[in-house]
Ligand binder design. Structure first.
Ligand code: NAD
Length: 491
């Protein structure tokens, strides 16, 4: 909730509806902070269901014209968008770091991944093609085409402000749908800028709309009778809620949830060459990634060496303001989230895990009000401990040693989340066994963060994903289209 009144040096955000920025119909606001500094830099309106309704009406009005627009013309809008995103690449990366806290290098990476989604969606004229067959019976032909659904909506989390909305928006609109986006109320600034850029690309009014807000907006999206499909990315409890509520209302839903990712290190792993990737997996983006490593699982005799190397690497990270050169780990998103992560570290100690590196007292001298937690390493962590079972979403690595690969796989299988996992090994057999039997949908082999590219599907399994078709790639095209079959006979 907002603690600052409207004032000149703090941007109050608007919604984008029917091709124009408009005031939200609310008096409630959420303060946006620069997490490295602690200052309020924006006020997100907590919009009402009336705002959602206005956005859906604009999108529904725009749908007939947009779906009649040739697919190649729709793709041309995205080509122009891609060019503008490139032109404003550095500006966008700085906005991401300022509102989220991750380092500038990490922000650049996330903007790049977002742009790649736009590039892949430009291929819609090929990707959307249907299929056909002559003479399925004498003189009868059959054709399948993919048609857009109508108004689609996406709800984003805080951790990748520029990238996650691009998993959906380009695929939705290039296939002929119109769109309502709800960014995270904690990081609305990069989407504001990206929608500004998109507007300059010749997109008709109402094709893309943005409604800022929190739970009320999400629930209004789930319930709105004129929204046909909902994409969600966020924590597991809310993903489950959105999946149930929106599918109960008859919508197509894909809901990507939280994670607890295991990084398995075999005795034959090349640690000399792997340790940077392993460390980055745990501490990249300060651990605020759904693909972040959470539990390091050394198998057999590699425990001591893997532990010591991780400790040394963690201690070498430079914590600070992500805009500053040389900083390798930024702050957490908010004071509240920092408290939550500190509580997990306290619980780890109280429940008997061995604290090897303690990030609780980390301070950044010239940023005394930033939300920093230093890299933390625990050893001897069991699945019964809070740090061994719950998603922390912070820079806390837990080490759970096991004796065999089967024991490592048993740990993964026992956990309700199954987003991503990695194995480090020089054995093709071990890698194959692991890739085949690990329950996660994304598996890294000697790769720390198993992140598929825009042309592959993205999403987890078990409680990390609710739905069927995943995000982007061909799944994105499938999610945003219906297949229509026409069977014809001409006399
Ligand atoms: P969150 O679940 O708190 O919020 C996500 C969205 O849901 C936001 O837009 C928020 O406004 C809305 N929301 C929050 N509480 C709600 C409620 N009670 N009712 C209705 N809507 C509500 O998640 P977050 O903290 O923004 O993001 C971090 C989480 O997202 C982590 O769990 C992370 O693993 C997950 N995540 C998953 C993926 C993936 O691909 N699986 C990617 C990124 C993040």
């Amino acid at each position: 909730m907002s603690e600052v009144a409207e004032r000149a040096d703090v941007l109050t955000l608007d919604n984008f509806i029917g091709g124009a920025w408009v005031k939200a119909r609310t008096r409630a606001f959420f303060d946006v902070h620069n997490p490295a500094v602690g200052d309020v830099i924006g006020r997100t309106p907590l919009s009402s269901s009336a705002d959602v309704d206005a956005a859906v009406r604009a999108a529904a009005d725009a749908f007939p014209g947009w779906r009649e627009t040739p697919v190649n013309t729709r793709a041309q809008v995205l080509y122009r968008f891609k060019a503008l995103l490139e032109q404003h690449f550095e500006e966008l990366a700085r906005i991401v770091t300022t509102e989220h806290g991750k380092t500038l290098g990490e922000s650049r990476g996330s903007v790049r991944r977002g742009i790649e989604c736009v590039e892949v969606a430009c291929g819609a004229p090929s990707l959307m093609m249907g299929m056909g067959l002559e003479d399925i019976s004498s003189g009868i032909d059959c054709h399948v085409v993919r048609q857009p659904l109508g108004v689609c909506a996406a709800i984003a989390p805080f951790n990748f402000p520029a990238m996650v909305p691009m998993w959906f928006l380009p695929f939705a609109i290039v296939t002929g749908n119109t769109f309502v986006l709800k960014p995270s109320e904690q990081v609305p600034l990069s989407q504001r800028r990206m929608i500004d850029l998109l507007q300059q690309c010749g997109l008709p009014a109402g094709v893309v709309n943005l409604v800022n807000g929190g739970a009320e907006v999400v629930n209004a999206i789930c319930d709105h009778p004129d929204i046909r499909a909902v994409s969600f990315v966020g924590s597991t409890p809310i993903a489950r809620h959105v999946y149930q509520r929106a599918s109960h209302a008859g919508k197509r839903v894909q809901a990507l949830g939280g994670a607890k990712n295991f990084v398995v290190v075999m005795p034959d792993a090349n640690l000399e060459r792997s340790m940077d990737a392993i460390t980055e997996s745990f501490y990249g983006c300060a651990g605020e990634r759904c693909l972040a490593g959470s539990i390091l699982v050394p198998v057999g005799g590699v425990h001591g060496e893997a532990r010591d190397r991780l400790v040394a690497k963690a201690q070498a990270l430079k914590v600070g303001d992500g805009l500053e050169p040389g900083v390798t780990m930024g702050p957490l998103i908010s004071a509240r989230h920092r408290e939550r992560v500190l509580e997990y570290i306290d619980k780890g100690v109280a429940q008997g895990a061995k604290l090897l590196v303690d990030g609780r007292s980390t301070r950044v001298p010239d940023r005394p009000h930033g939300y920093f937690v230093g890299p933390t390493v625990f050893d001897e962590v069991s699945g019964g401990m809070a740090i061994g079972s719950e998603e922390i979403f912070g820079p806390v690595a837990s080490i759970s040693p096991v004796r065999t690969l089967d024991e490592a796989l048993a740990l993964l299988k026992a956990h309700p989340n199954a987003n991503a996992t990695s194995i480090f090994t020089s054995s093709g057999k071990a890698a194959r066994e692991f890739a085949k039997h690990a329950p996660a949908s994304m598996v890294g082999v000697n790769i720390g963060v198993a992140a598929p590219m825009a042309y592959f599907p993205f999403g987890g399994a078990k409680d990390s994903f609710f739905g069927d078709l995943k995000a982007h790639g061909r799944d994105g095209i499938e999610f945003y289209t219906d297949k229509k079959v026409t069977i014809s006979r001409w006399f």
